[in-house]
Design a protein around this ligand. Structure first.
Ligand SMILES: Nc1ncnc2c1ncn2[C@@H]1O[C@H](COP(=O)(O)OP(=O)(O)OP(=O)(O)O)[C@@H](O)[C@H]1O
Length: 230
């Protein structure tokens, strides 16, 4: 369980100050799929970054099963990110000089996971094992980044606009892969998206405005990537 309490973060100072988070509290249960919605600049990415330990908040706490990651030293926070969380971003951050196999192996090595070829197969890239990122389509590159994140066997997966750069067909395919993997592995997922339809796939939907949570609701049942509008 992740307990987020009174999280606040301001960028810049004086006339340049922007309060990106103004006291956000939220509980994320194990295995939950949470979708974060809100207008541009409402604080979604800042929330994702502070909850995942990529950035430090100014105040408030983020407790993973009781451990407050905001109180960890830099070294311990880095170790926490390596061991516990996975990231999938709109930009894929693949290493251009490593082939598909090696890019995914990098994630797998962090978790001592020798079974990572199965994940490459599950995202449908077994045929592309020795291709370099520049030789792949956008959707294929995104699937490599998903496979790399999954290979870490994270407890929580953070996704920032994972389908933002993809066409509808590829976007649905990628979301379907992610959800299948989530069902199998049982990790929690927190996804930022501008596509409001994806909210129908979530357990919990959180709406942000101006650095605050303005609405939270749960869906009775989750739709699949092929059942939602686009
Ligand atoms: N590194 C930064 N330096 C200064 N201001 C920042 C920084 N990162 C974010 N901000 C500001 O904080 C506010 C919240 O930004 P954030 O990226 O969290 O919003 P968002 O809801 O994710 O937006 P988008 O949907 O456009 O990605 C915005 O006003 C933004 O300009």
């Amino acid at each position: 369980m992740i307990e987020i309490t009174n999280l606040a973060k301001t960028y810049g100072t004086g006339d340049n100050a922007t309060a990106a988070l103004k006291g956000v509290s939220l509980t994320i249960n194990d295995g939950d799929f949470v979708v974060l919605l809100g207008a541009s600049g409402s604080g979604k990415s800042t929330l994702l970054h502070t909850v995942s330990g990529l950035e430090r908040p100014d105040s408030g706490s983020v407790k993973y099963s009781g451990t407050d990651i905001t109180a960890l030293s830099d070294d311990k926070l880095t170790a926490f990110r390596k061991e516990k969380v996975g990231f999938i971003f709109q930009q894929y951050y693949l290493l251009p000089n490593l082939n598909v196999d090696k890019n995914v192996k990098m994630g797998a090595d962090l978790a001592g996971n020798r079974d990572y070829r199965k994940i490459i197969e599950a995202v449908g890239l077994s045929e592309k094992l020795y291709k370099f990122p520049s030789e792949l389509s956008g959707g294929e590159q995104q699937r490599v980044s998903i496979a790399r994140a999954l290979a870490k066997k994270p407890k929580v997966m953070f996704l920032d606009e994972p389908t933002g750069a993809l066409d509808e067909d590829t976007g649905r395919q990628v979301l379907d892969y992610i959800c299948k993997m989530q069902k199998e592995s049982g990790f929690a997922m927190v996804m930022v998206t501008h596509n409001g339809n994806i909210a129908d796939m979530a357990d919990t939907v959180v709406k942000m405005n101006s650095g605050k949570i303005v609405d939270t609701y749960s869906n009775q049942s989750r739709k699949t990537a092929y059942e939602i509008g686009w």
